[in-house]
Design a protein around this ligand. Structure first.
Ligand code: SF4
Length: 339
């Protein structure tokens, strides 16, 4: 396993020959294991109710925004709008409210989503193994849960209240989801929140531990960078584009088979560059507001964060083809999840 000083050296080394070697190795490994395939997915926000207070998030409980939770009929129209763009893999998200979006609500969302999508993942409040089991049986295949930062002190500073302030419960969430049978688990850190080197080392260690104890799960990693919310900066992300690319390359070299996700938080130019080096899964045509695809006009929306890459799914598919990538909308035919 890589050490802290080694990661630091890589992030501090801007020698062109070194950078070229890093990029070449990452690109070669990506092509070796993934070819030119790039999977596409879209996020769909079900609710922005949240009982936690995370200082960097527009949905936090103290923020005076209109709180919305989609009804089953509204879920249908939002999901239909996304499915009509060609997307077949959906990531359903909520704020973290155990009261507003309980397990029964999430199961209902999954049941509806099965009509439109072949793969369903969720990024919702952390739960116990039995609850994840119920979600799995209702059709959910994957769970996304980022630790945000592995630095306990910093974690406490930015997670002021609510269940999310329980560091250990959150850190152990991926293993509870894996025990419940989830097929995909996505881990990550929010870059810019804390010391990048320390967070990378801890994230890599966490993933190695998961791979060792739950080898049947398909893992992916994400490195979202802090973003403004409706133009306001809650914190400044100090991770430059160059550092970000180095992080992707380093991660690919350490984990050749792991999926690397990249969201529309990043610009189309950076996404294009990152795709050549190691990214294997991207969101497309995204909206980060509840009801943003069909129900609400742009002026009415309350996004969780601002989007940089505004291209439609169709435009992204065309772009990928023009660059000789194989856009993959689904590699999976829906089957009933069972025990
Ligand atoms: S990051 Fe999640 S838990 Fe924290 S305030 Fe935002 S929605 Fe709530």
């Amino acid at each position: 396993m890589i050490s802290l000083p080694e990661i630091k050296d890589i992030l501090n080394n801007n020698d062109p020959a070194f950078l070229e070697g890093l990029a070449r190795k990452s690109r070669t490994l990506t092509q070796q294991y993934f070819g030119r395939a790039v999977s596409l997915y879209a996020p769909l926000y079900l609710s922005n109710y949240c009982s936690s207070h995370c200082t960097y998030c527009g949905f936090q409980s103290k923020n005076r925004i209109a709180r919305v939770r989609l009804t089953p009929e509204q879920m249908q129209s939002e999901m239909k709008a996304v499915a009509e763009t060609g997307i077949e893999s959906i990531l359903l998200l909520t704020g973290e409210s155990y009261e507003a979006t309980p397990l029964s609500y999430l199961k209902e969302a999954s049941t509806i989503a099965k009509q439109y999508f072949s793969s369903i993942s969720m990024e919702v409040h952390p739960m116990g193994t039995e609850e994840y089991r119920e979600l799995f049986l209702s059709g959910v295949d994957g769970i996304t849960v980022y630790q945000e930062t592995y630095d306990r002190g910093r974690y406490k500073e930015v997670h002021l209240s609510g269940k999310k302030s329980d560091y250990d419960y959150r850190r152990d969430t991926p293993q509870r989801a894996a025990r419940a049978g989830m097929r995909h688990i996505s881990l990550g850190v929010l870059l810019g929140l804390s010391d990048t080197v320390g967070d990378l080392l801890a994230l890599y260690g966490h993933l190695r531990w998961m791979e060792k104890h739950f080898p049947g799960v398909e893992y992916s990693l994400s490195f979202p960078r802090l973003r403004k919310i409706k133009g306001r900066a809650f914190a400044i992300c100090n991770v430059s584009d160059l550092d970000f690319i180095k992080i992707l390359c380093l991660t690919r070299i350490l984990f050749p088979r792991v999926g690397l996700n990249l969201s529309t938080r990043e610009t189309s130019a950076l996404r294009g560059h990152a795709l050549e080096l190691g990214i294997t899964r991207i969101s497309a045509g995204s909206n980060t507001s509840v009801g943003g695809y069909h129900l609400k006009s742009a002026g009415e929306q309350e996004p969780q964060f601002d989007i940089e890459d505004q291209r439609s799914v169709e435009e992204i598919v065309e772009y990928l083809k023009s660059k000789d990538f194989d856009p993959v909308l689904t590699d999976w035919r829906r089957i009933e999840n069972s025990v």
